[in-house]
Design a protein around this ligand. Structure first.
Ligand code: ADP
Ligand code: MG
Length: 697
């Protein structure tokens, strides 16, 4: 496979447009892509014709509007390109109207109360900025057209619409800031850039068939830890197994065709855990590509006899999976606005953007936390492997030093990393970064971008970025206004340093370079007044606060109605996910685990009776009696807890019921089951164990 020639061969990218469109249509389309012209019906018809020809040549029989409803996954409704004519022949039919607008029935998608079930009409609208692509399988191919999804009344019912609005909000404010610095010449727009590192587990598919929890919930609800985990660090960056590499190659070839610029692959920390990272792109396309990547990872796993687990915490007590969100802003001329450059202390434009981000994250730490809240991610945040639920920023030594200089009022130097000589002439001298990295920080500056490390592996990255963009747009706006005000009496440099000094003094409490995993940090964060919202039940209500409603509305990202609907859906999803888990646990305990324990209990009792009467003494089997006793106690406790969970689960549950009664009960049941797993003979244990699932493939 030649990587260089196939890239994007299954996308209607500029290359395909040029080949299939008339010259003037292509020129018009380029202007539309640049945001300089709007789409008109004539151009839409011409583009539709070209797209249809290209798609049919590539074996497509159907097309679909591909969208991202609030379920968090993608949706598509396929229509054939063909219609019969009067002579009973099939002819192709695909107009600009069909390309631009679709009309899926919106009634069965979550709307958070915006729409009643009988109010069914919803529209999909073509997003010209994200290339259409072909989803091909063994028996055919479908043209997928990325679209936004809105209700008949105009409210956004998807994840793409507010993301696009938030990107626009950042652009407006960033352009304004560039103008203040006199650096907007020749710049038409700014672009938020995004690169998401995807972590996941691969397990043999056969285990999924044998475990109801993996099958229905994508995670294990019970399971005693294996004698070996990742203590030896022998998996992280280890040599990749043949079977895994074959899977990766297959995934990569497909991503290549779909124009997804994958870059990095490696074994992750936990056994059976892996990562795939792309090259960053503009945030809208990167988000679509992230959804495609998750789809390809899952689908291809099946072809290789694997199951790809995207859940944040498939196995208790070993590392979970995240989706590190690398984020920056650049100009359309290619300048990264978060590049500190050599003399950072003199780069006041960079420092202004940096401080805008610090202010945004401090002011809206609760919203950022809420933006990544999900049932699965709750299990990961604060575990000893993921950033804690406390949102803080890592800046590194060089930037921390400059911010201190600004605060003191005298800015004179930038710390340098220098050169490392490793003491052998055969090893090349290497340059050292001016600051170390920090894996424990949820929001870390990593050289020329921020890495938001808290999003969970299964999430759509659209929502966290919508929140991030919105709060940063607000912050740039506020700081720009202050600078403009100060510039009435001061020159630019003095005005900037004055404003930044205030921002730093007020918001430096969110900056923390130490160990985010340590217990001390939790205490210190409370002292600093930083929120520590541990679960969805704690975090999601923040999105209903006046502060949240105001910021989303002010920057035209979400109306109050749209935001409230979203929170309702998030809460419902949290409750529903947990209810499904509770029911699955009840089923496994009642039909597999407890019955297996009872079989062993009976065997032990029978054995004990026989042995005691053969020896004509009960004294010699004291320990065995204690063992039977212990087993009986755990069975009794399990039966009692499962009964209680059944009773609770029948109720109409709120997020706080889940937190306060369902999860504690499930945890206790899990402890009983994991204890039983350590007692019951292997041949009686009814489901695959962690050691088999994680190490056998
Ligand atoms: P790490 O060492 O943190 O694991 P990786 O190399 O795995 O980093 O991933 C870094 C990610 O950051 C990649 O997806 C990369 O494309 C992305 N990235 C790099 N520069 C930028 C940028 N300016 N904006 C957004 N993302 C970026
Ligand atoms: Mg990485």
């Amino acid at each position: 496979m030649d990587y260089s020639t196939n890239f994007g061969s299954l996308t209607f990218n500029k290359k395909a447009m040029k080949n299939y469109m008339q010259k003037n249509t292509y020129k018009k389309m380029l202007k539309i892509l640049e945001g300089e012209n709007a789409m008109d019906s004539k151009t839409a018809n011409e583009v539709a014709e070209a797209m249809k020809t290209w798609a049919i040549e590539n074996e497509c029989t159907h097309y679909c509007h591909w969208f991202q409803p609030l379920t968090g996954s993608t949706a598509e409704k396929h229509d054939s390109f063909y219609d019969p004519d009067n002579n009973e022949n099939l002819i192709t039919n695909f107009s600009g109207k069909l390309l631009v607008r679709g009309e899926p029935d919106a009634s069965s998608f979550p709307s958070g109360g915006i729409r009643d079930t009988y109010e069914a009409r919803g529209y999909t609208a073509w997003d010209t900025s994200s290339p259409a692509f072909i989803n091909r399988n063994e028996t055919g191919a479908t043209l997928c057209i990325p679209t936004a999804f809105v209700s008949w009344t105009g409210e956004a019912l998807d994840k793409k619409t507010p993301l696009l609005r938030s990107i626009n909000a950042v652009n407006i404010q960033a352009m304004r800031m560039l103008k203040i610095f006199g650096n907007d010449k020749g710049v038409k727009k700014t672009i938020t850039t995004l690169g998401c590192e995807q972590e996941f587990f691969l397990i043999d598919e056969s285990f999924v068939e044998e475990r109801e929890d993996l099958l229905l919930c994508g995670t294990t609800l019970i399971g005693k830890e294996a004698p070996k985990g990742h203590q030896l660090d022998d998996h992280y960056f280890g040599t990749m197994k043949e079977r895994v590499l074959a899977y990766y190659h297959d995934v990569e070839y497909q991503l290549l065709d779909l124009g997804v610029p994958f870059k990095t692959r490696h074994n992750e920390v936990a056994p059976a855990q892996f990562e795939l990272a792309p090259t960053f792109e503009n945030a809208n396309v990167a988000t679509d590509h992230q959804m495609i990547t998750m789809h390809v990872l899952k689908k291809t796993a099946k072809d290789h006899g694997f199951c790809c687990l995207l859940h944040e915490k498939p196995f208790a007590r070993i590392n979970g999976s995240g989706k590190h969100n690398n984020w920056s802003i650049s100009t359309d001329t290619g300048l990264n606005l978060l590049d500190p450059t050599e003399k950072t202390h003199e780069n006041i434009q960079f420092l202004t953007f940096l401080c805008s981000i610090i202010q945004a994250v401090d002011k809206h730490a609760d919203l950022l936390r809420a933006s990544i809240a999900s049932a699965g991610n709750d299990l990961r945040l604060g575990g000893n492997e993921a950033p804690p639920a406390i949102i803080s920023i890592f800046l590194g030594e060089m930037l921390t030093d400059i911010l201190e200089q600004i605060e003191k009022g005298k800015v004179s130097s930038t710390k340098k990393g220098g050169i490392m000589n490793l003491g052998s002439t055969t090893i090349a001298e290497i340059s050292r970064h001016s600051g170390d990295r920090n894996r424990t920080s949820p929001f870390a500056f990593t050289g020329n971008k921020f890495e938001f490390r808290a999003p969970g592996s299964a999430c759509s990255i659209a929502w966290p970025n919508t929140v991030l963009n919105t709060i940063i747009a607000e912050s740039i706006d506020e700081i720009a206004t202050k600078i403009e005000l100060e510039m009435k009496s001061l020159n630019l440099e003095k005005a900037v340093y004055k404003v930044l000094k205030e921002v730093i003094t007020k918001h430096k409490k969110v900056c923390f370079d130490g160990d985010g995993y340590s217990q001390n940090w939790e205490k210190e964060a409370i002292g600093r007044g930083l929120p520590n919202l541990k679960t969805c039940a704690d975090a999601l209500p923040c999105l209903k606060s006046k502060k949240a409603l105001d910021v989303f509305e002010k920057y035209d990202v979400l109306t109050n109605v749209e935001l409230k609907a979203r929170v309702e859906i998030l809460e419902e999803q949290y409750v529903t996910n947990k209810e499904i888990e509770a029911r699955t646990l009840i089923s496994m305990m009642s039909t597999q685990i407890i019955p297996a324990a009872e079989v062993y209990q009976f065997e032990l009792a029978k054995n004990l009776n026989t042995v005691s009467s053969a020896l004509a003494s009960k004294n010699k089997t004291k320990i065995q009696q204690a063992k039977l006793n212990n087993l009986t106690n755990i069975i009794e406790e399990s039966l009692d807890l499962v009964q209680r969970l059944i009773q609770q689960e029948k109720k109409h549950l709120s997020p706080s019921d889940i937190k306060n009664s369902i999860i504690p009960l499930m945890d206790k049941i899990r402890s009983c089951s994991d204890e039983l797993e350590g007692i019951i003979p292997d041949d009686l244990w009814p489901i695959p164990k962690y050691s088999e699932i994680l190490f056998l493939f």
